[in-house]
Design a protein around this ligand. Sequence first.
Ligand code: KIV
Length: 256
Amino acid sequence: MKFEDKIRQMKGKEKIIMLTAYDYQMAKILDEVGVDLILVGDSLGMVFQGYTDTKKVTMDDMIYHTKAVARGAKNTPVIGDMPIHSYDTVETALKNAQLFLDAGANGVKIEGNKPEIIEALIAAKVPVMGHVGLLPQTAQAYKVRGKTAEEAKQIFQDAVEIDGYGVFSIVLECIPENLAKRITENVNAPTIGIGAGKYCDGQVLVINDMLGLDESFTPKYLKRYANLNKTIKNAVKRFMKEVRLGAYPDEEHTYH
Ligand code: KIV
């Protein structure tokens, strides 16, 4: 069965789990645990490259990371997040989506309601994941969307239209729970929420955030499932101390 049909069939039955990954080792871990989807998110611009947003991420960056992730994700579908300006026209979208597939991705994600682009990709047999709500590539500020009736109406309409183009899933980012619920109940594609409450068909988090690598990133929706910032600092401090004391390398870790 095609992966996108399997994801579609999970709607209303089993929660879909998606996490981001940007490198081989993390993808291998996620693959071994058995997540449903791995997203090579353009969030790598922030958590890997250190920019304040995702607007400087290029196709070259995305392809480099997608190749690394695909090597680790032996059994898990990999979704390539098409970066800003990589789908400005149908022609560039088709060309760049093919580059993602050639790099080992199984599908692509597109931010916003782009009828011509999404329909052309699907017609070319590229599985597409939609994305509504907070759209980081064009947002001026990172805040919850759809709090006013007018904005909620637009997001709802975008989700329904994107669903109609035939996407296999839709990311709902930073919208009120009741709006996410209404969208989830009115679209065929499964919804995958981030900051969109519990009624979505699945959930996605940025792996660095859920593992607690950056203590300064504290949006309301984020739950940390580990504190790797602390774990890494403690390990590095122990290493520093042992090397300075001459306790490492000891006999056990020395060749003769
Ligand atoms: O870039 C990304 O990681 C994303 C997720 C937050 C959905 O788009």
